[in-house]
Design a protein around this ligand. Structure first.
Ligand code: FES
Ligand SMILES: [Fe+2]
Length: 370
């Protein structure tokens, strides 16, 4: 169900400061803080002596002092001080996790430490200003992250779950517009749909500043285990597509436990870049929209938990193709990882026409193909 040999989002870089931040990630208790030189570090939130959470201790300089017997640990996990003795046993080390910051995100590696390779940290250039503008937020969902992946790969639910926000109330169902589903290089699941000449839903009216008919596309892009991007592009019908307003909505899912998930999100937009008030409106709309998903998915999770023996879907419909292909890919990777060895979840660029970074280029050339 979970993958560990991959980089996963531990938080926004701005969340990690002087004060230790405790967070459960992929079933592990983690403690993160920033050293005086600015480097963010992550330790297992468990004292190696008697297993007390280190987050109940205090920070002393660049070290964490356990709240029970006062042992001190450096950011790399080394035990530096044991009250009453000068000998530091070699097995007194606290577990340290590799942490890497990029584009405002802190990525953690919870798998085998010797397989952690920073060139595999996903790269999202549109999360860098200034050619795109970013709005950020966080939700906590009390459900299995895979239910969230299913949801993000079938956007036809907009008509029903989001009828007051990003869906249309009167519009013929989004499901009527055909989708193409592709799995690229055995790594990226892409579900694409074009919707020409439609009435703009409320969210689109807001960001396009129009009530005229629009041509709209939506592409759900997914790289297991937890990276999703929804590209929503739109332009007034009859105007050039090259001038479309594009939102790249990043949904970065990190399991907390079997039935709860951290949902870090960012809306990157390529239009009306200087308008701070637009960013605030986007955050407000997205909060409402994702709360609608939260209500539905938590309801679903409660129903599945209440009757676990009956939780297999009875049948599939055409719209399930994207979610099903993603589940198959994830299951395959989980199997490869759990069989031991050195399987590492592969990483590719989410946007095929984006200039490849040197790291991505290396990956395309066949390294780490998993
Ligand atoms: S439990 Fe942490 S110092 Fe003993
Ligand atoms: Fe949704």
């Amino acid at each position: 169900m979970w993958l560990k040999n991959c980089w996963q989002v531990a938080g926004f870089a701005t969340e990690i400061g002087d004060r230790p931040l405790a967070r459960r990630l992929v079933g592990e208790s983690v403690l993160m803080y920033r050293l005086k030189n600015g480097t963010a570090v992550a330790l297992q939130d468990r004292c190696p002596h008697r297993l007390v959470p280190l987050s109940s201790g205090q920070r002393v300089g660049d070290e964490i002092q356990c709240s029970y017997h006062g042992l001190k640990f450096a950011g790399d996990g080394r035990c530096t001080h044991i009250p009453g003795q000068s000998v530091i046993p070699p097995n007194s080390r606290a577990l340290n996790y590799p942490l890497f910051e990029r584009q405002g995100l802190a990525w953690i590696w919870l798998g085998k430490p010797d397989l952690a390779d920073e060139s595999l940290v996903p790269d999202f250039p549109w999360m860098d200003p200034p050619s795109w503008n970013q709005s950020y937020g966080y939700h906590h969902f009390d459900c299995d992250y895979r239910l969230m992946s299913d949801n993000l790969l079938d956007l036809s639910h907009e008509n029903y779950v989001h009828r007051h926000t990003i869906g249309n109330q009167e519009e013929e169902s989004i499901a009527e517009y055909p989708v193409s589903v592709t799995v690229e290089e055995g790594t990226i699941v892409r579900v694409h749909r074009e919707m020409p000449k439609i009435e703009p839903p409320p969210f689109f009216q807001m960001f396009l500043n129009t009530t005229q008919p629009i041509d709209r596309w939506q592409t759900a892009v997914h790289m297991p285990p937890g990276i999703h991007m929804t590209e929503a592009g739109a332009y007034v019908t009859g105007t050039p597509r090259a001038n479309a307003s594009i939102n790249r909505i990043m949904h970065l899912l990190t399991p907390e436990s079997a039935n709860s998930t951290h949902y870090f999100w960012c809306v990157a937009r390529n239009y009306r870049l200087g308008e701070a008030s637009l960013g605030e409106s986007i955050i407000k709309s997205i909060n409402t929209t994702f709360n609608e998903d939260k209500t539905l998915l938590e309801l679903l999770q409660r129903a599945l938990t209440a009757a676990p023996e009956k939780n297999m879907p009875r049948f599939a419909i055409r719209l399930d193709e994207g979610p099903l292909r993603a589940r198959r890919l994830l299951d395959k990777w989980v199997k490869s990882e759990s069989s031991g060895g050195s399987f590492v979840a592969p990483v590719r660029s989410l946007v095929s026409d984006e200039a490849a970074t040197p790291a991505m280029q290396t990956l395309r050339d066949g390294t780490h193909s998993g």
